[in-house]
Design a binder for this molecule. Sequence first.
Ligand SMILES: *Cc1c(COP(=O)(O)O)cnc(C)c1O
Length: 457
Amino acid sequence: MNEKIPYKTYLEESELPKQWYNVRADMKNKPAPLLNPATLKPMTAEELSAVFCDELVKQELDDTTPYFDIPDEIREFYKMYRPSPLVRAYCLEKALDTPAHIYYKFEGNNTSGSHKLNSAIAQAYYAKKQGLKGVTTETGAGQWGTALSMACAYLGLDCRVYMVKCSYEQKPFRREVMRTYGASVTPSPSDTTNVGRKILAEHPGTTGSLGCAISEAVEAAVSTEGYRYVLGSVLSQVLLHQTVIGLESKTAFDKIGVKPDVIIGCAGGGSNLGGLVSPFVGEMLRGENNYRIIAVEPASCPSLTRGKYAYDFCDTGMVCPLAKMYTLGSGFIPSPNHAGGLRYHGMSSILSQLYDDKLIEAVSVEQTAVFAAAEKFARVEGILPAPESSHAIKVAIDEALKCKETGEAKNIFFGLTGTGYFDMYAYQAFNDGKMSDYIPTDEDLAVGFAGLPKVDL
Ligand SMILES: *Cc1c(COP(=O)(O)O)cnc(C)c1O
């Protein structure tokens, strides 16, 4: 054990990043622009501003400015739970008997329980600054809705959340946390929007999907005066805000004089992984350094590893702009995997482009193996991880075990995005031996691909 490296590397408040880093500025192949689904022309700022706050539209469309100042008000909020610690997983290393050095960045140190608060406060802040009354959004597993309700409560903004119906029913406590922070929560699909009513008529008894809840939240925003829509992942603006994770990590690693060799993160819509790796990818793009970066996704929703790189709808109701991304098709409904935050059909267009350019790798893992890794981690490191985060744990453990075979003392670094206290039914299924591993067949995936829009550019 290297005595010089502490279990936890904390940064000073003054070391909290003052700017977010926009990795697109250093990308030679820029992510493809969002397209207007009617004209197939790139979305203009004006078109986007009907849906999103003005300042966020600017961030979304900017692929040349490398740094954006983090407003003081947002930095003040960050100080309630940031900087987050970089942890050396000495106990896990010992349990695995590996020569590898394992590190993780823990983002579960706030009531919402995940990294999502980093972008929620930014998006709520810009909405408030624009003088809006409130925001609408969707939530799947509930982490994003919780984070946004906290941010809106802090700023005095109204918050309307469309929650995927199966989660609304399965996770009543999540729902009550949101209501405690003052948000209104509607199960989706609902009869409060045109698109919700249409989906209910076509698929009676549906338990909903993220894509469907997005459609409802967008419709609610554009049809209500003084409201805009906000999204918890996928968009480039969200990834930008999440770079606070990677920037802090980089500062902490520099402090202890360590360079990670392998960087691992779970990938749902891609925001935590994108934020975690952006500063490191920036170094790769500028030819300054090299890292191995691995995106981990569930085998039940394998957008990078089995999806197509194509323009697709971001939502089921097809009201959102088209994004070019690795996608399973907006009509793809993943099997009920317990990692609700990883069930989106597509992937951030920034990460998609980086993956297409082979700057990052991707692997998919099955959920029983993920929960086995989660339990191993909880028992030695103490933290009860979110199922989403546990995808990264699983692959970090695999990499550490490979080092055991080769005798290499690699520095393995992963993002621990959150805690799993609201996922105890999932843990229960695992503990009872009732968890299954559903992997879609090629025929299952073909259904989603058949619904991809025909876009010839
Ligand atoms: C939402 C969520 C994720 C996945 O979202 P990304 O945008 O891919 O980061 C991962 N972990 C946790 C704990 C989450 O809540």
